[in-house]
Design a binder for this molecule. Structure first.
Ligand code: HEC
Ligand code: HEC
Length: 312
């Protein structure tokens, strides 16, 4: 019998014929077990690298140390108040009991303080503030992030909660109210509500008047615009828009009318987008969370939203 199967030539040097009785000499292989080649594969017995052996012995000793030092084998460890403890007297049960004791000793105290504190007190007290922020962060991720973005940065149609540009107000009380009652939310009678008329759709303004009005709206925020067109629209603005957006377009938080003097656009600042807003406004809708979240959870959300630093 030869070691190479006919039809399947193996790469590498030819193998010695086991039958010839001339084993290969390998200085690292003091003993040879088994045949020189098996199924066409050359067998070479070598000792494992020294570092392996050292590592193996070390881990073996370490495991023996852990076995006696920590609770592992019931009749090797001594009993007592701590339970089965090992030489070091360590016990998972005692550690857990200590941790749980510490947590329950602290938790109700800070929760009770949070419930009683006003927003001003919470924001002045670092411990209360970070307690609220921690809980608010989690709730924001599940309840608010889908619309307002992971970090409250907003997206088209959904306002950023990080800037000073508040539609309905940025005081803690105003934010709490917005979250409680929602905005144009049909399920809540007290919901924040206002409706900018669809000036184009209702035929109040003609297309050329709306095109002029876009230029006027741009002029308010110092955006490059056609001054002649803006001048034509000025009296139309005074007649139709100041009631909500204010004399100078500064906005009004009572009716959620955006400030038109900053270049922050809720529904986009391009010609087509501003045209569309005046033609038929979007009127954003936000759900009321009053019935859905406990008042305490809403307060924590408010503290978290305030921590974005938008101010009032
Ligand atoms: C379904 C989408 C949606 C969800 C969910 C949502 N919001 Fe809103 N939110 C809106 C929209 C749209 C507006 C702006 C409405 C408008 O145009 O006046 C808004 C406005 C706000 C405002 C007022 C911003 C301002 O400038 O005055 C606050 C504060 C706010 N949301 C906080 C939250 C918080 C906190 C949550 C989670 C508990 C949340 N929102 C969940 C859609 C949503
Ligand atoms: C009844 C109050 C009301 C009147 C009147 C009104 N608006 Fe508005 N306007 C709003 C509200 C509320 C919004 C925000 C809509 C939303 O939240 O989706 C808004 C939004 C806008 C926006 C979008 C701003 C942005 O950041 O994207 C523009 C532009 C605008 N109005 C222009 C006008 C002009 C021009 C007129 C007059 C022709 C006018 N509005 C009249 C209430 C009003």
């Amino acid at each position: 019998m030869t070691s190479q199967t006919p039809g399947f030539p193996l790469p590498g040097p030819a193998l010695p014929d086991p039958a010839s009785g001339t084993p290969e000499v390998n200085p690292d292989a003091p003993e040879r077990h088994g045949p020189l080649s098996f199924d066409g594969i050359r067998e070479l017995d070598s000792n494992p690298p020294r570092v392996w052996t050292v590592f193996y012995v070390t881990t073996l000793l370490a495991s023996l140390w852990v076995l006696v030092a920590y609770p592992s084998i019931p009749w090797l460890s001594h009993g007592g108040e701590q339970g089965r403890a090992g030489l070091l007297g360590w016990s998972a049960r005692a550690t857990l009991r200590d941790d749980a004791g510490r947590a329950t000793a602290q938790e109700p105290a800070i929760q009770a303080r949070f419930e009683q504190a006003s927003y001003a007190e919470i924001e002045a007290d670092p411990a209360l503030r970070s307690f609220g922020i921690a809980a608010g962060t989690a709730a924001f991720g599940t309840q608010c992030a889908a619309c307002h973005g992971r970090d409250g940065q907003g997206q088209a149609g959904f306002p950023s909660l990080r800037d000073r540009d508040w539609l309905w107000g940025g005081t803690p009380e105003a934010i709490e109210r917005t979250v409680q009652v929602g905005i144009r939310w049909p399920g809540n009678e007290e919901t924040r509500s206002s409706q900018m008329p669809a000036f184009g759709q209702l035929g109040i303004l003609e297309r050329p008047q709306i095109l002029d009005m876009v230029q006027y709206v741009w002029s308010l925020s110092g955006t490059p615009h056609d001054a002649a067109a803006a001048a034509r629209a000025a009296p139309v603005f005074a007649e139709n828009c100041v009631a909500c957006h204010g004399e100078r377009g500064e906005g009004n938080q009572v009716v959620g009318a955006p400030n038109l003097r900053d270049a922050v656009w809720l529904h986009g600042g391009s010609r087509d987008q501003v045209y569309q807003t005046i033609h038929a406004p979007h009127s954003g809708v936000m759900p009321a969370f009053g019935g859905r979240l406990p008042a305490d959870a809403i307060r924590k959300l408010v503290v978290y939203v305030r921590s974005f630093g938008g101010g009032e």
